[in-house]
Unconditional design. Structure first.
Length: 383
C-alpha cells in the first residue's frame, strides 16, 4: 500500500501520496491551486494599471465606436468607462455622424461582428430614431433579425422584404417565422395591421406551427388589434424616466414604492392626464415578498424632461429602465394582464427596475391600468 502523508497547509486535513508530496512540496493539489490563485491575484493587484480608451476624444462618434467594440478584457488593465452615458453620446450625434455610425455598423457586420452591429442598430432606433434601412436589409439577407426592435417603424420597403421572406419560410422554419412575425409587429404600420387582422379572421395554415396565433405577436411590440381591427397601443407615448429622488426636488403627483404599492398616482394632476383616469390610482406590488425589507421606499421621482417612449423599449439597451409611461422593457415575453371587469387588455403605465433602487437586485416590476374601469395590476419578471 502506498505511503500517505499529511498536507503541510495549516488547517488542511487531507492526506496525499508520498510520491505526490515530493512533487508538490508536501501540499495537496487543492492547496497548491489555492496558493497559485492567491499568487496570481497578488500579482494582478500589484501590476494592474488604469487605461482610458477615451482619453483625448471629444467626438461622440469615435467614443461610440469604442463603446460598441471595447478593448479585449485583460486582468492587468482596468479600462475607464465612457465619460458620458451611451444614450447621451447618441443624443450628441449630428446627421453626418449618425450616417457614419450606420456605415461603421455595416463594416462590423461584414467582418462578422453581428452582435455589435445589432447593438448599434437598436441604439440608433431607440435614442435618435435614425433611418437604418440599409442595415435592416442586411439583417434580413443574413437572417439575423434579433432583437426585432431594430425594425421599429421601419420603412415600407423593409416591411415588404419581411413579408416576402415570411411567405417563403412560413410552415417550413418555425423559429425564423417567429422572428419575422415579431419584426413585422415592430414595423407596426397600417399594412401590418391589415395583415394581422387578416390572419385573425382567416388563420393561415402555417399558424398551426406556432405557439400563439400570428396576430398575437403584436403584443411583443406593444399593441394589439381592436375589435374593429384597428391598432390599439398598450403603452403611453408620454414617458418620463424615474430618477433618484435627490435629482428631482419638485413636488410630484407620483409616489414610487410605498409599503404595499408600486405606484400611487394622483390622476387629477394635469401632468398625468395622459393616463386617462382622473382619480387616485393605486398599483399594488405584485408580490410583497419580492420587496419586503429590501427595496428602498419612495426613492424615485419622475424626471422633469420627458424622453422617447422607446428609450427603454427592450432590456438590452444601455440605459436605465425605471419610467412612467413609455413602452415596457420585457425581460421575458410580453405579458399584459386582462382587466377582470371589462376583459380588455390593460395598458402599461410604468415600470421600476430593481437595480435603479438597489444595485444588488435584478428584475423589473410593471404597472398596468384599465382607465375605463380604474382597475390596476402589476407583474414582475427577471432572467
Amino acid at each position: 500500500m502506498s505511503e500517505r502523508v499529511a498536507c503541510k497547509s495549516d488547517g488542511c486535513s487531507r492526506t496525499i501520496l508520498a510520491a505526490t508530496a515530493s512533487r508538490t512540496g508536501g501540499y495537496c493539489m487543492p492547496c497548491v491551486q489555492a496558493k497559485e490563485r492567491q499568487q496570481r491575484a497578488a500579482f494582478i493587484h500589484a501590476n494592474r494599471r488604469n487605461v482610458d480608451p477615451y482619453a483625448g476624444l471629444d467626438d461622440p462618434l469615435e467614443m461610440l465606436k469604442i463603446v460598441h467594440s471595447p478593448p479585449k478584457p485583460d486582468p492587468l488593465i482596468r479600462h475607464a468607462p465612457p465619460p458620458r452615458p451611451t444614450a447621451a453620446l447618441y443624443a450628441a450625434l449630428n446627421s453626418g455622424q449618425t450616417a457614419a455610425l450606420v456605415r461603421h455598423a455595416h463594416a462590423l457586420l461584414k467582418k462578422g461582428d453581428v452582435h455589435a452591429a445589432q447593438r448599434i442598430a437598436t441604439c440608433l432606433v431607440a435614442f435618435v430614431a435614425a433611418d437604418i434601412s440599409s442595415l435592416l436589409q442586411e439583417f434580413i439577407r443574413v437572417e439575423e433579425l434579433r432583437p426585432e426592435f431594430a425594425f421599429h417603424r421601419a420603412a415600407p420597403k423593409i416591411r415588404d422584404l419581411l413579408t416576402q421572406h415570411l411567405a417563403r419560410v412560413a410552415g417550413r422554419d418555425r423559429l425564423l417565422t417567429d422572428k419575422l412575425l415579431c419584426a413585422l409587429a415592430w414595423v407596426g404600420d397600417k399594412r401590418v395591421v391589415e395583415l394581422f387582422a387578416g390572419w385573425r379572421a382567416n388563420p393561415p395554415q402555417w399558424a398551426a406551427d406556432l405557439h400563439i396565433p400570428p396576430h398575437r405577436y403584436s403584443q411583443q411590440a406593444g399593441w394589439e388589434l381592436s375589435l374593429d381591427s384597428q391598432r390599439r397601443n398598450l403603452y403611453h407615448d408620454v414617458c418620463h424616466a424615474l430618477v433618484a429622488a435627490g435629482d428631482s426636488m419638485s413636488p410630484s403627483p407620483v409616489t414610487v414604492l410605498t409599503e404595499t404599492n408600486l405606484f400611487e398616482l394622483d390622476g387629477t394632476a394635469p401632468a398625468l392626464a395622459f393616463l386617462g383616469c382622473a382619480q387616485q390610482i393605486v398599483v399594488p406590488i405584485a408580490d410583497l415578498r419580492l420587496v419586503d425589507g429590501q427595496l428602498p421606499r419612495r426613492s424615485l421621482l419622475p424626471a422633469a424632461v420627458p424622453r422617447s417612449p422607446w428609450h427603454a423599449a427592450i432590456d438590452t439597451l444601455p440605459t436605465h429602465y425605471s419610467q412612467l409611461g413609455g413602452h415596457p422593457a420585457w425581460v421575458q415575453d410580453a405579458e399584459y394582464p386582462t382587466c377582470e371587469q371589462c376583459q380588455r387588455t390593460m395598458v402599461c403605465i410604468g415600470q421600476i427596475a430593481c437595480e435603479d433602487v438597489d444595485p444588488r437586485r435584478e428584475g423589473i416590476f410593471y404597472a398596468f391600468l384599465c382607465s375605463d374601469c380604474a382597475t390596476t395590476a402589476s407583474t414582475y419578471q427577471q432572467t
